[in-house]
Design a protein. Structure first.
Length: 305
């Protein structure tokens, strides 16, 4: 049976996943959203592969016991950089700290993310899912990119989602001023924007040794959406969560994408865990990818110089 592209994500989610045992000793991995869910799982698996870590997180008190445990268990270097990705100013400061403090970046895993059932805005007046899931990650990546290009052989992994299939990007209504907001539409738009700009970034880093790919981390149990109302949290706890898998599979997939020699030079791809997959057609439109890239540059205050 040949599955249509639109349904391949269902088959791929049940496929045997690829693995690696490649050592990451002496390498530095930067992980955003590193204190829970997918980010924390990635931190643990990469630490087990002996990668040194920088945990970029909003809550330092939550990160401290994680830092202590990883150092004690694996004997690696683990640092904490505090940043709230709802605030572009925090993202800029975090990137500046990393650029000044670390001589080389081997892996950047952007796993920070939110899901909101209500239409919320950050301090810049931007719809919160779009700001956190896409724009701040985009800004963070852009600010670190020159250093990664200078170093060469670095890998960037955007933790994306099959949720991108729920919505395209409405360039003239990013903030849902003229359409009804739903959690699926807001989340889907942010993840589609991330996919589209990844295509542009992949073109830009071609022949530099740097690669950038997106990864759906699987249907796993995380804290995403915990900021939502009691009904969402109740349904998640008593219904949805029972169908979700352990985030360990996400960490293992991100380790594979970070370390496997098979992915040397592979860029601009969307992986369902470790399986190369075609995203929705609206997330591969190259005319739209350029428009979303330009809009993103404008919204985060960057120019093309």
């Amino acid at each position: 049976m040949k599955w249509p592209d639109e349904l391949m994500f269902m088959k791929n989610s049940k496929a045997v996943q690829k693995q690696t045992s490649e050592s990451m000793a002496g390498k530095l991995s930067i992980i955003t959203g590193a204190t829970s869910g997918v980010g924390l799982s990635a931190a643990k698996v990469l630490a087990a592969a002996h990668s040194n870590l920088v945990l970029v997180c909003r809550n330092k008190s939550k990160a401290l016991p994680i830092q202590e445990d990883l150092i004690k268990t694996y004997g690696i270097s683990v640092d904490i950089v505090v940043a709230d990705f709802a605030r572009f100013e925090d993202v800029r400061k975090a990137a500046e700290t990393i650029i000044l403090q670390y001589p080389k970046i081997d892996v950047l895993i952007n796993s920070v993310g939110i899901h909101s059932t209500k239409k919320l805005f950050n301090t810049d007046g931007i719809e919160l899912c779009f700001a956190v899931n896409h724009l701040s990650t985009f800004l963070f990546t852009q600010l670190l990119l020159p250093k990664m290009i200078q170093d060469g052989q670095s890998r960037i992994i955007q933790v994306n989602s099959e949720g991108h299939r729920f919505s395209g990007v409405k360039l003239k209504d990013i903030n849902f001023k003229r359409r009804i907001y739903t959690g699926l539409k807001g989340y889907g738009q942010s993840k589609t924007a991330q996919l589209l700009t990844t295509l542009e970034l992949s073109d830009q880093v071609k022949h530099t040794g740097v690669t950038i790919n997106c990864c759906h981390p699987g249907a796993v149990k995380t804290a995403i959406g915990s900021n939502n109302g009691w009904l969402y949290r109740f349904f998640f706890k008593h219904v949805t969560s029972h169908f979700l898998k352990d985030p360990l599979i996400s960490g293992q997939a991100l380790y594979y994408l970070s370390a496997s020699p098979e992915l040397q030079g592979v860029s601009g791809k969307f992986f369902n865990l470790t399986i190369d997959e075609n995203p929705a057609k609206h997330a591969t439109d190259r005319l739209m990818s350029k428009k979303v890239y330009d809009l993103s540059m404008e919204m985060v205050g960057l120019n093309h110089a």
